[in-house]
Every structure is written in C-alpha cells, then in structure tokens.
Design a protein around this ligand. Structure first.
Ligand SMILES: NC(=O)c1ccc[n+]([C@@H]2O[C@H](COP(=O)([O-])OP(=O)(O)OC[C@H]3O[C@@H](n4cnc5c(N)ncnc54)[C@H](OP(=O)(O)O)[C@@H]3O)[C@@H](O)[C@H]2O)c1
Length: 300
C-alpha cells in the first residue's frame, strides 16, 4: 500500500505523513509551497500533472489518496463563498477525477459541520443539512463521492493536540486563558473533540482496511465546548470562573454555527479496532513548560 496525502503540511496531514513514515508505509505529500522535504508543490486548481506522473510511473494498484487540503476557516468560506467554493468544491472534484483515472482510492476528510446541529448524536444514515457555507461545501463533495463506488468519506470533529504552537481547540482555549481573556463558549455547543494523532492513525487504518462509504471517525466521547474548556483551565490550574457560556449572538459571528454536531461512531467501531484517547488522558501527557508563555503568566 502507498499513501498520497494532498495537504501533508497541514495540522492533520503532518500527523498522517509522520505516522506513515513510522509505520514504513511509502507516502508522498503535497503542499502549496513544495518547500518541505518529500512534498510536491501543488495548489488545488493547478494541473496535477506531476502528481499523476509519479503515481502512474510507480504502477501501484494499491494507492490511497487522502484529501486533507482545503480552505478550512469557516469565516473565510462564509465571506468569500465564491472563491472558496471554487477551491473546496470545483477544484477538489477536478483533482478527484484525475486521481480516479489512475485508479487511486479517494479518502476525503469531511466534517461534522454537514449537520445542522439540532438533534446531535448523528449517525451516518441521518440526513445532512449544513447551515453555513463551509458545511455546504463539504456536503457537495460528499454528494459527488456518493457516485464513486470505491471512495471513502470520513466525517471528523474538532481536533486538538498538546502542541500549543499550533492552532486547535486546546491552544485556542490556552491562549485566551493565558492572556487573561474570558474563555467564551457557545451555550449548547457539543461535539466529539478528538486527539489529532488518533485521527491520523484512524485514517491510516481505514486505508489499510480499504473501507468505502461514509464513516464518522472521532473520539466516542462527545462533550460540550464548555466542558472541554473547563478541562483545559483545570489543567492550567486556573479558576473555572474564567470560562463563560454565551449565546452565539454575543460573539458577533459572521456565520451560523451548528450547535450539537456530536456524532455516533459505532459504525466505524464495529469494523475497526482503533483506540481513541480521552481528553483527560491526553491532557495528563501535557507538561506545561515553565519557559512557555503560560509559565511566564504564572510567574507574573
Ligand atoms: N482541524 C480540525 O479541527 C478539522 C475538523 C473537521 C474537519 N477538518 C477538515 O480536515 C481537513 C484537514 O484539516 P487541517 O486542520 O489539517 O487543515 P490545515 O491545517 O488548514 O491544512 C491544510 C492543508 O491543505 C493545504 N492547502 C491549503 N489550501 C490549499 C490549496 N488551495 N490547494 C492545495 N493545498 C492547500 C495546506 O498546504 P500549505 O501548508 O502549503 O498551506 C495544508 O497542507 C480539512 O479539509 C478540514 O476542513 C478539520
């Protein structure tokens, strides 16, 4: 098996690439700059000629192409709907068509944002009903892939890590807390926060198993954003009172946010023996350095 990662320099793509290397799986990645080692320069909308040339020259019938690349900022999708739709839908579908011609299996990273967030605990068979542009763009690619028999859509939830130099759920909360801001959490917002390393290894397992169709790949522990924030603040030894529940209107967002996008993950669990760490387990591995900005905060 070989793995092509479209977007191997991103938050999730980096983990997928590094885990492939650690497991001895031949992997090739792309980035928009192509400056990083082992990456091809590629931007959605470009002619994927060089990628296709490498794939076809290697004549590997067992190639999984994982598409992580997208403009994934919800606010940017809302504000620049036309431009982001071109990249996230039209250019993505065009790339998929080229890859399918080489007989690569497509694995597309979708999102829990395809749901309207009213019901929660969504299963794969539940109707989707995105309420913002980002979710609609994901839903359109999903719809396209329904007609490709050997493709896999993985809906993932909010990712986190303990590397706070990157942007994710925990670093967002951490940065707000350490700069003395109140940590504002939308009331009723609920999801399945997932450790990014577990997402990456889960995706690789799905490739190995040759799964197709739609699956929810996320930690089985759904929780509110408020509860997630409390865990982080607790770990930082800061008072719970800095975490505040607010109505969405109070955040003056430029887009609608689905509230309860928690997902039922039993379909994947039934076919894949894959462990997801709990947030408590991951946080217990987080050793806050006295030289980092939080250390400075504590010593003020
Ligand atoms: N992170 C989450 O919490 C989360 C949750 C649900 C769903 N998802 C979905 O999962 C996928 C991966 O997320 P992520 O957090 O890893 O994203 P990310 O950190 O923003 O990484 C995006 C990757 O795509 C590449 N890329 C960006 N724009 C591109 C373009 N126009 N053409 C080609 N490549 C482009 C980037 O390359 P450069 O490094 O060169 O810019 C980077 O390698 C996304 O589709 C996202 O919507 C993520």
């Amino acid at each position: 098996m070989k793995i092509l990662i479209i977007g191997s320099t991103g938050f999730i793509g980096t983990y997928i690439y590094n885990q492939c290397v650690a497991q001895g799986i031949p992997a090739l990645g792309t980035s928009t700059k192509g400056e990083e080692s082992n990456t091809i320069k590629y931007r959605l909308g470009d002619d994927p000629g060089e990628i296709i040339k490498i794939i076809t020259s290697e004549k590997d019938d067992n190639l999984s192409a994982i598409i992580t690349a997208s403009i994934s900022k919800i606010s940017e999708c809302e504000i620049n709907a036309k431009e982001t739709r071109k990249v996230n839908v039209e250019d993505t579908v065009e790339l998929i068509n080229h890859l399918v011609d080489t007989r690569a299996r497509i694995i597309f990273l979708s999102s829990d944002a395809v749901f309207d967030g009213i019901k929660g605990n969504y299963k794969e068979i539940d109707d989707i009903n995105p309420i913002n542009e980002y979710g609609r763009q994901k839903a359109e690619v999903e719809e396209y892939l329904k007609n490709l028999s050997d493709s896999l859509v993985l809906r993932i939830s909010k990712q986190y890590d303990i590397d706070i130099k990157k942007r994710h759920l925990i670093s967002d909360i951490y940065n707000q807390a350490q700069s003395n801001q109140r940590v504002k959490c939308i009331k009723g917002m609920c999801f399945n926060p997932t450790y990014v390393a577990d997402t990456a290894s889960g995706i690789i397992e799905c490739c190995k198993r040759g799964l197709s169709g739609i699956y929810h790949l996320a930690s089985p522990c759904s929780m509110s954003r408020y509860d997630a924030a409390i865990k982080v603040v607790d770990k930082l030894d800061m008072p719970k009172e800095i975490v505040e529940c607010v109505e969405p209107e109070e955040l003056n967002l430029t887009y609608r946010i689905p509230l309860n996008t928690s997902m039922d993950v039993s379909k994947l669990k039934a076919v894949l023996k894959h462990d997801f760490k709990t947030m408590d387990e991951v946080l217990s591995e987080w050793h806050i350095d006295s030289h980092d900005s939080y250390g400075e905060y504590k010593n003020r």
